[in-house]
Design a protein around this ligand. Sequence first.
Ligand code: GLU
Length: 421
Amino acid sequence: MRDNPWKRAQAQLHSAASHLKLPGALVERLENPDRMLEVSVPVEMDDGRTETFHGYRVQHNNIRGPYKGGIRYHPKVDMDEVKALAFWMTVKNAVVDVPFGGAKGGITVDPKKLSEGELERLTRSFTQEIAPAIGPKLDVPAPDVNTNPKIMQWIREEYSKIAGKDTPAVVTGKPIEHGGSEGRVEATGLGGFYVLAQVLNLSGRKGRGLSVAIQGFGNVGSHLAECLKDAGFRIVAVSDSKGGLYVPKGIKDLKAVAQCKERSGKLAGCYCVGSVCDLSNMETLGGRDISPEEVLTLPADIVAPAALENAITKENASAIEASIVLEMANGPTTREADKILNARHVLVIPDVLANSGGVAVSYFEWHQNMHGDVWKKEEVFAKLKEKMDAASRAVYDASKEYNVPLRDAAYIVALKRLSLQ
Ligand code: GLU
């Protein structure tokens, strides 16, 4: 049975709350989202039919500021998933200390089956449905799984039409030429790297030379891989939803691999030597093909699930060989798997810390839009590093103070900040 992410979110909340003396009203408020919108999204398809999709926007709470969180397009999106993701945004935004509450949205759709025109009409139709509930000081969407800067720009345009004035700050993750922030595209992967580096440092471990296997090679996974490789880590495996490659000596040219995936639509077979990527290079590189699941249990020092929820379950948790799990996806580890990993002393760097670089730079984008500023990339990265270092330290210190795993520690940091408002 699929692990219900909303039930898991509740269990995580209660586990952390048990370490603190919190006002009952706060815990009760966090147990339920402030508002849940479920909308029908009619779309005119290319063949002239009108198809109706289901869309969601959950506003978990705005204790610390406007609701904030991404929008995902995926066939498995449902209300419980969006509720959990919205709750995790509340926690994440408090951990990384941006002045936002938590929200999430989604549409149950396989966007890969839509034409560009259908995708645009879907996005505009969804924006019309949720427009009364969003706004720069109310609720600010952003990209998530299968959504991107172009889609964010359609949201901004559609919302601006309805609002009667151009409103760039209604959404973050826009293209740079349309009010997006420098560094937003790299932010989640780079932020994950900063967190890992800081946690390794605080726990007295060395990073250079450690091997890493990454599940998911979208925006997050591919940028994480680049940053880690530049810092001297060895990327031994990468995978996408169709499969991947395992090269124990380390994948040298990640850019060529990314281009190969772009061209062929999949990672499998992207054995690149120079700019030539094909199967005949497999032997030269000493590599082999792997499945999207196998990537998690390969011999590697660090494994980074950067795809979807429920990647690490009680079925495969015992088989994980890595001593560190860097959760770049939201909710990749089920509750039972978490227990198994903790019992085996695997260091789990939780999603609400590890992937919070994305929303940190979303905050920078929103701030620039609100103040008519434009920051340079170096400035954005320096500010991002500061935020990630501070969040990592706060979580690490709480784990020592309360003698709990980093996930509970992150929730403790967040709950304390939420209770101060
Ligand atoms: N979807 C991203 C996340 O899960 C980013 C959210 C945002 O930037 O608002 O953190």
